[in-house]
Design a protein around this ligand. Structure first.
Ligand code: SAH
Length: 213
């Protein structure tokens, strides 16, 4: 697990690219400059780690594009101590960004292989989530609800009701909705019964898996 000056230089460049693409949150940019993304992917593909691209990880899944991670992190408006639920732990990179933003993170992963790998790997880098759970993100995590923010990092065919109901009033659900291309959709809970909906542009994610696949 080596992290060198060269990696640091590449991270600074990546942060500059993200800034040029519209990321302004200094806490997000600081996290990108700090987190050794090359350690989250297979070492033989290390040279791809600091390009602004998604990349295959295990179990036919991907580590999200840095811009997407930065955009979602910025849009969540995480404050220190906020309780965040992440659906789709994957490589754990997004989890690490949320932890750098001082959130209390609960993260659910549907693929056993990734769940096992990432729940062992994150603590090795000093990233301690409140809980990483092997389970189905469609149900959310009722036992730890309500959350300040919920972030979905896979393309959802629809908006799961439990996720909306597990938000605090004032809380935010950020979820890419759609089949091939997803519309990044932000719900802000205005009151127990009212949600404000914002559509924030097109993104491409791997699909959120249901019970049968
Ligand atoms: N945040 C991750 C993104 C990984 S891709 C990263 O940057 O590495 C999306 C992840 O969502 C995959 O790991 C996939 O296995 C997981 N996933 C898909 N459907 C899910 C579900 N129903 N519940 C929880 N996780 C799910």
């Amino acid at each position: 697990m080596k992290d060198t000056h060269k990696h640091q230089g590449l991270r600074n460049q990546l942060a500059t690219i993200l800034e040029a693409k519209g990321i302004t949150d200094t806490k997000v940019l600081a996290a990108v400059r700090k987190i050794p993304r090359h350690l989250f992917i297979d070492s033989s593909f290390e040279e791809h780690a600091y390009q602004d691209k998604a990349f295959p990880i295990a179990a036919e899944q991907t580590i999200s594009q840095p811009y997407t991670v930065a955009f979602q992190s910025q849009t969540l408006e995480v404050k220190p101590g906020d309780k965040v639920l992440e659906i789709g732990t994957g490589s754990g990179y997004q989890t690490a960004v949320l932890l750098e933003m001082k959130a209390e993170v609960y993260s659910i992963e549907r693929q056993k292989e990734l769940f096992m790998k990432t729940s062992l790997f994150l603590p090795k880098l000093g990233y301690i989530a409140k809980k990483i759970i092997f389970g189905d993100g469609y149900k959310g995590l009722p036992e730890a609800a309500p959350f300040d923010q919920i972030i979905v990092t896979a393309g959802a065919p629809f908006v799961p009701k439990p996720l909306l109901s597990q938000l605090k009033v004032g809380g935010r659900l950020l979820i890419p909705v759609g089949d091939k291309i997803q519309i990044m959709t932000l719900f802000i809970r205005k009151s127990p019964k009212e949600f404000e909906k914002h559509e924030l542009g097109d993104f491409a994610f791997v699909p959120m898996l249901g019970d049968k696949n």
